[in-house]
Design a protein around this ligand. Structure first.
Ligand code: GUN
Length: 282
């Protein structure tokens, strides 16, 4: 079998086209969705991510401000800034790029963002809403994966989903979203014993471990849906966590890296910001 490749990039472009239309309609109602992205320090990967977020916002006609702060910014300064944007009625979404420098308490910052402007979906109130199956801002990468699976018409109900990775950004929330879709979810991680015993039983496997070639064709059964969330640089090349060649011989569907899950993350951020703008003005 040779897998059908699911290109998140194409889907992301289609969705952004629809969003551009939606933003233009909102402008006619005097609603101007606006995202503020805050980045602290000089990490090149983070800088490149936030530039991508800002560019994508501009492309759909959405207002966005990028606030670049030096590495030595204090926690208090950051919290004060967040508070200012919490009060600012023209700002609908606030995103603080992670990771933060060590002297800043990440969870404190996440909890300082008004949950109604938390377009990352990281605030415990929004995480709790997701856990209890309520509509809220869902974290962008997990949400993007869910939308990709649905658009590819992949059945989720009763399917065995094996997730590798248990981060707050991807592994944990994607499991929750798929559980909400009535999938049976197994979470694997760095301490899991006999990983292959689990992956061989998966109907859908989601790999978010940050380890190049962690999963190969040997690790999956025929007809598995393989979602690769890995973002690794090997010899200057962007690569995922899945050995694409061997896995695509056995999988029914597979996402590539790049052009797979990545572009969907930013797309769902735009979606969440539009949602926030509509909620504030309703
Ligand atoms: N760093 C890597 N991914 C993300 C994300 O989705 N949101 C934020 N805020 N930081 C990140």
């Amino acid at each position: 079998m040779s897998a059908e490749v699911i290109y998140g990039k194409q889907l992301a472009e289609d969705l952004r086209q629809e969003m551009k239309q939606e933003v233009s309609e909102l402008h006619k109602q005097n609603i101007f969705p606006k995202l503020v992205v805050i980045i602290i320090g000089e990490d090149p990967a983070s800088k490149s991510y936030v530039k991508g977020k800002q560019k994508a916002s501009e492309k759909i006609g959405m207002d966005s401000d990028l606030i670049e702060l030096p590495e030595e910014t204090s926690e208090e300064e950051l919290l004060n800034l967040i508070d200012r944007f919490n009060q600012d009625r023209t700002v609908h979404g606030i995103l603080v790029q992670l990771p933060l420098p060590e002297h800043i308490h990440e969870q404190k910052v996440i909890e300082a963002i008004d949950p109604s402007k938390d377009v990352d979906g990281f605030h415990p109130i929004n995480v709790g809403k997701m856990l209890t199956g309520q509509d809220t801002f869902y974290p962008c990468t997990p949400f993007g994966i869910l939308v990709m699976l649905k658009r590819a018409e992949i059945e989720l109900e009763g399917k065995h989903v094996v997730i590798i990775g248990r981060s707050n950004l991807v592994g944990k929330p994607v499991g929750q979203l798929l559980l909400n879709e009535n999938a049976t979810v197994t979470h694997c991680h760095s301490r899991t014993k006999n990983l292959r015993d689990h992956t061989k039983r998966a109907d859908i496997i989601i790999v978010a471990a940050g380890k190049p070639d962690l999963i190969t064709g040997e690790d999956i059964k025929e007809g598995t849906v393989v979602i690769d969330v890995g973002v690794n640089r090997v010899d200057g090349q962007l690569t995922g966590d899945v050995e694409f060649e061997s896995a695509s011989e056995k999988a029914s569907h597979i996402t590539p890296v790049p052009k797979g899950v990545g572009p969907m993350t930013i797309t769902m951020l735009l979606h969440n910001t539009i949602k926030a703008a509509k909620q504030i003005h309703n």
